[in-house]
Design a protein around this ligand. Structure first.
Ligand code: DGL
Length: 248
């Protein structure tokens, strides 16, 4: 088994910028841990690739993650969680947390809900079983084939009217963001449907915290956060912007 020594950083992975909000939440909840963010921006969107290709890209990234003897890894990509997390957990001994669409929270409101996801997540057995287990038959899953790549390229400057083009017309009681890229445009999605919007970000970060522990100290300022793979400069710049926005 690889990765037996678990004293390294927490490694967070997404295809591109999508996982950066989750990285920020994890870093905040686990201030005593250092983090390394792995990305593969030049291969976005993963959600439009064949499942086998996604898993082979993710396998390559996890070999690099395992080499760091991580305390834990966070799959900050719904697509990779849906397609690959089970096989990753069989291969590695370090804890692996995977973000999943917040179907349970949406269903708890009691009305119909719309899950927006990448094509790969929308077609996955994993999301289908999540909906069967927790959705109470009230969920509709719709793929948004162009949205993740659009956010990756237009982050913080989405052209006006993109919602009409990229989001399905529906009238649900609430909306689940089934792709971490969508969190960057959560406000617009909320305004478009005029309904509450759920993402799995806080729940996933909290799950990480319960797994790796935190003595309650706060050394956030000394915490190291590194960026590896893809467009490292862009990922760092977007992350810094997220932290600035959160401080305002
Ligand atoms: N951010 C990823 C997710 O949560 C996918 C984006 C992509 O298609 O690359 O599914």
């Amino acid at each position: 088994m690889k990765g037996d020594k678990a004293c390294g950083p927490v490694c967070v992975f997404d295809s591109g910028i999508g996982g950066l909000n989750l990285l920020a939440a994890c870093a905040r909840l686990c201030p005593e841990h250092d983090f390394v963010y792995f990305a593969d921006n030049y291969n976005v969107p993963y959600g439009s690739l064949p499942p086998r290709k996604v898993c082979s890209l993710v396998d390559g990234i996890f070999e690099k993650i395992a080499a760091l003897a991580p305390s834990a890894a966070v799959v900050a990509c719904n697509t990779a969680t849906a397609l690959c997390v089970e096989s990753l957990r069989k291969r590695y001994t370090f804890p692996i947390v995977g973000i999943q669409p917040a179907v349970k929270q949406a269903a708890a409101l009691g009305g119909s809900f719309l899950v927006l996801a990448t094509p790969a997540t929308a077609n996955s057995a994993s999301l289908a079983s999540l909906c069967i287990k927790y959705g109470g038959g009230r969920g509709e899953v719709v793929a948004c084939p162009r949205l993740a790549a659009f956010v990756e390229d237009n982050i913080f400057s989405m052209p006006s009217g993109w919602e009409e083009e990229l989001l399905p017309r529906r009238s649900p009681s609430c909306v689940v963001l089934g792709c971490t890229h969508y969190a960057f445009v959560a406000e617009s999605i909320k305004n478009y449907y005029l309904r509450p919007v759920f993402d799995g970000i806080l729940g996933t970060a909290d799950h990480l915290r319960t797994l790796i522990g935190n003595s309650g100290g706060n050394c956030y300022h000394n915490q190291k956060i590194a960026f590896v793979g893809g467009d490292e400069q862009k990922n760092r710049a977007v992350f810094d912007k997220i932290l600035n926005l959160k401080c305002k």
